[in-house]
Design a protein around this ligand. Structure first.
Ligand SMILES: Nc1ncnc2c1ncn2[C@@H]1O[C@H](COP(=O)(O)OP(=O)(O)OP(=O)(O)O)[C@@H](O)[C@H]1O
Ligand SMILES: [Mg+2]
Length: 254
């Protein structure tokens, strides 16, 4: 059977620079795979190449056995691969609830005109989307902030809302680019719990870029270690912990 996500020989070149060189790995449903490596290792470029934001120079990306590499980001998201961005991206003036609603499938929300004209189906869809968004916020213990403008939340709360929005349409694959960066130790732990729940309870396959090695070791089933665009190691947290190349290239500096 095909893997949920299979990346084969993926490469990205920016003029002279090989930002990503021949990277391969698999991701299965319910699995958390961490991607670690020093700054500039090519981790975000890997995410960009998988999710359609950067065109890979070489290689392929199979989602349930179907080629998605070089499709548009929109098309890839529609097929069930969703991502967050390293620098966030909520609408600050919209409430938390409205932000989450923007992540629901367009079909669940009626157009503004439909709602103005009082078309029943559109109104029902709007109510349904609102209820669904509330449910999701509750699941992540964020329902008490539903009516707060997103711009008024703390950085950590915004990251959690961004994840809720990204998973609202229940994508089978989720790419998280440093979701815990800048969070307090307690909020980081909450974030890792959310990630574990999404994989464990919902069966989401998750790729997670994260610098904090102790979090990665606790949350990931498998780890891909990158440096200067290439894969230098791959394995379980135990294997990575004792990998000589990793200790030299990465953990040794941490
Ligand atoms: N659009 C781009 N054009 C040119 N070079 C780029 C572009 N995006 C990334 N790079 C370069 O590719 C290399 C890898 O960058 P990337 O952002 O993937 O690293 P990273 O592993 O995510 O680092 P960090 O941990 O700092 O986020 C860097 O040398 C970067 O300068
Ligand atoms: Mg990055």
């Amino acid at each position: 059977m095909a893997s949920l996500l299979e990346v084969q020989g993926l490469g990205v070149r920016f003029s002279g620079l090989k930002a990503l060189d021949d990277v391969s790995f698999r991701l299965e449903a319910g699995q958390v795979r961490a991607v670690i490596g020093p700054n500039g290792a090519g981790k975000t470029t890997l995410f960009n190449a998988i999710s359609g934001y950067v065109r890979p120079t070489t290689g392929s990306v199979l989602l349930n056995g179907v080629e998605i590499a070089r499709n548009s980001p929109h098309h890839i998201a529609e097929k069930g691969l969703r991502r967050t961005f390293q620098n966030g991206g909520l609408f600050p003036a919209l409430t938390v609830l409205e932000n989450v609603m923007t992540g629901l499938h367009p079909q669940t929300g009626g157009s503004f005109i439909d709602i103005l004209l009082g078309r029943r189906k559109a109104i029902e869809a709007e109510i349904e989307a609102r209820e669904r968004a509330r449910e999701l916020l509750k699941l992540m213990s964020m329902d008490h902030m539903a009516e707060t403008p997103a711009g008024d939340l703390s950085g950590g709360q915004q990251r959690i809302v961004e994840i809720v929005r990204t998973v609202a349409c229940e994508p089978p694959v989720l790419l998280l680019d440093e979701p815990a960066v800048g969070l307090s130790p307690v909020a980081r732990q909450q974030m890792m719990d959310i990630i574990k729940r999404l994989s464990g309870e919902k069966g989401v396959g998750i790729l997670l870029i994260e610098h904090a090695v102790e979090l990665v070791m606790a949350a990931a089933d498998r780890i891909l270690v990158m440096a200067a665009g290439v894969r230098i190691a791959e394995g379980t947290p135990e294997e990575i912990r004792s990998d000589k190349a990793v200790l030299e290239a990465y953990l040794g500096h941490g």
